[in-house]
Structures are given as C-alpha cells and as structure tokens.
Design a protein around this ligand. Sequence first.
Ligand SMILES: NC(=O)c1ccc[n+]([C@@H]2O[C@H](COP(=O)([O-])OP(=O)(O)OC[C@H]3O[C@@H](n4cnc5c(N)ncnc54)[C@H](O)[C@@H]3O)[C@@H](O)[C@H]2O)c1
Length: 254
Amino acid sequence: MSTAMDLSGQTALVTGAVKGIGAAIAKAFLEAGADVLVFDIAVPDASTSLAAYAGQLGRTIHYCQVDTSSRSAVRSALQACLRATDAGAVDILVNNTGISRVTPFLELTEADWDAMFNTNVKSVFHCCQAVLPSMLERGRGSIINIASELAYLGRARFVPYTASKGAILSLTRSLAREFAPAIRVNGIAPGPCDTDMLRAEISTSEQWESEIDLPLRRVAQPEEIAMTAVFLASGFATYYCGETLSPNGGALMR
Ligand SMILES: NC(=O)c1ccc[n+]([C@@H]2O[C@H](COP(=O)([O-])OP(=O)(O)OC[C@H]3O[C@@H](n4cnc5c(N)ncnc54)[C@H](O)[C@@H]3O)[C@@H](O)[C@H]2O)c1
C-alpha cells in the first residue's frame, strides 16, 4: 500500500475539467504522477491547456469532447480515450461535471429541472457505470464525486442545484456500500470557489462574504479544492468510504 500522495502509474478520468475546479484537479493529479483523461463538453482554450504542462512533467493528458449526461457519448468516449492512450483502464474517476443556475423557484420550468439533474446527477450515473466493470475486474479503484456545501446549507433560488448536489451525497454513500471494499467511493462538498460558475452566480466575492458566514473571509482557489481530491485518491485515504469531505472555509461546521 502506498502511503504517499503519489498517484504514479494510475490513470485518472476527470469530468468537466477544461476549467475551474476540474482543471485544478487534473493539474494536481498530473503533479502527483497520474496520467489524466478529461471529458468535457467544452473545447479547451489553447492558452489554458494542460497538455504542455503534462508534457513538461512527463505525464500524458488526453482530452475528449463529450457531454457526460449522454450515456452513449460517455461509453464511446471512454473506449476512444483508452484506445488512443496507453491506459488500459481508469483507476480514479472524478465526477466533477456541473452546472448551476440562479432561478426563483416559482419561475423554474421542467426543462430547467431536467437540465440540472441530467448534467449534475445523470453524468455521475453514466460515468460510474462506464468505469466500474473494469475497476471491479482489477479489484481496485477510487471514485470521487463533487457535491457542494449548499447540499447541506440550502440556498434560495438554487433549488434544483442544491437538490442535485444532495443526490450526489446520497448516491456517494450508496455506491460506496455497494462497491466496497474493492472500490472506494467518496465525495467533496466544496464551499464557494473562485471559478466561472461562482462568478456567474454572484459578481464579487465580497458579496459571498456578506451573504454567508465565511470564517476564512475569502472564497477558495480551485487548487485548494483539488488537494482534497488528490488526498482521497491517494494511499493516505484508504480508510475513507462513502465520506464527503467539505473544504468550505468554515461556512459549514459539522
Ligand atoms: N465554484 C464553486 O463555488 C463550487 C462550489 C461547490 C461545488 N462546485 C462544483 O464543482 C464542480 C466544478 O465547478 P466549477 O466551479 O469549476 O464550474 P465551471 O463552470 O468553472 O466548470 C464546469 C466544467 O464542467 C463542464 N461541463 C458542464 N456541463 C457539462 C456536460 N454536460 N458534459 C461535460 N462537461 C460539462 C464545463 O464545460 C466546465 O468545463 C461542479 O460540479 C460544481 O457544482 C463548485
């Protein structure tokens, strides 16, 4: 058993990793020695591409444009990715794909609701079903699902988002029970983090600080969330099963 934050020899699939928290997780995994596969509906911006960085580290990163809420797209992307790289299988899956939207509850349409659950929850279903058979065959694997502290706190005008993240908390526990001991399934419920998602929700971090009780008095940088993913995937976290860790600046203390 490796007891270091060393992921060398492992292949990690990170969804929604063209930017934000997912990109920081992909980078942190590369730094920890893993090779990385990225599934994202968006195309990476050449200026922020991780490919050159991966090359400098002697690691590989392979990007696939895919809507992770589509079962068939996830399946064919995974096959294509594994064929195009030396990776035989995925050792670590991070289900990070997510969207959020600020809408008063009474103005929500059924389409709004479905879009949120399709992207935030169904993506996890499809990606887990795609990678679990080979993880089980090899008798090991780690799955990390990105929830949100808002799943616990709730937030006005975010009902579908917070409900979808609540689903992530409970599916993490149920998957963990179903696939332990071979596969460890855990989650991360970040607090407010400086990404395009947060910027679209609220224009300044000061507004966050006045809106919620945030003892650390600042929003997180994506790298601060990414380290929790490296920890959960690593040999330091072998006794974590069905747990969701919450780097949240003290907004929520349980
Ligand atoms: N930023 C925060 O404050 C915060 C807090 C708690 C939880 N989270 C969660 O962290 C995760 C990452 O959020 P972020 O802030 O980095 O967001 P972001 O908007 O910066 O990045 C989200 C990424 O997901 C991709 N994506 C969206 N829909 C997709 C789909 N259908 N298929 C594939 N890729 C898709 C986007 O293209 C993008 O690259 C999300 O699950 C989010 O809910 C974010």
